[in-house]
Design a protein around this ligand. Sequence first.
Ligand SMILES: [Zn+2]
Length: 164
Amino acid sequence: MKPVPIRTFPDPILRKKTQSVKAFDRSLLRLVAALIRTMKSQPHGIGIAAPQIGVLKAVAVVDVSKRESGTERLILVNPVILEKRDPEARKEGCMSLPDYTAFLKRHRWLRVCWQNERGEFLEKTCAGIEAICVEHEVDHLDGVLFIDHVTCLKTDLFPRPLRK
Ligand SMILES: [Zn+2]
């Protein structure tokens, strides 16, 4: 199966709020598989949210295991961030805005609860890059993009060098 084309800004679907998942069925498993496949097809893909492949459901995948040992792939259905701490300004990008990176504030520690693809309730505290990625993907599910957190577009938004 092929990766799904990624929706890019200013596609209006990226601005819509997703609906929570109520049926833990085959169509959800297909969506999760498509998200994983599409994320893996991107060279720096460490997270993806359903609106990025055109689906308005509250489902995201985070996998920072290549960058942070001791972490594993999280399949986040209906995620809710319960608590955030340690804000820090850092540089960030997004597959839906491939031409830009920006400085913005994220939290280096958070507590999140969610359901997995079988509907089981889970909770975890995340730190470092995993926390940052979870916050980024949960934003996508609310129609929020990283550029919304940039305080000054003039000084804090950077065009990416042209890719080969
Ligand atoms: Zn993104």
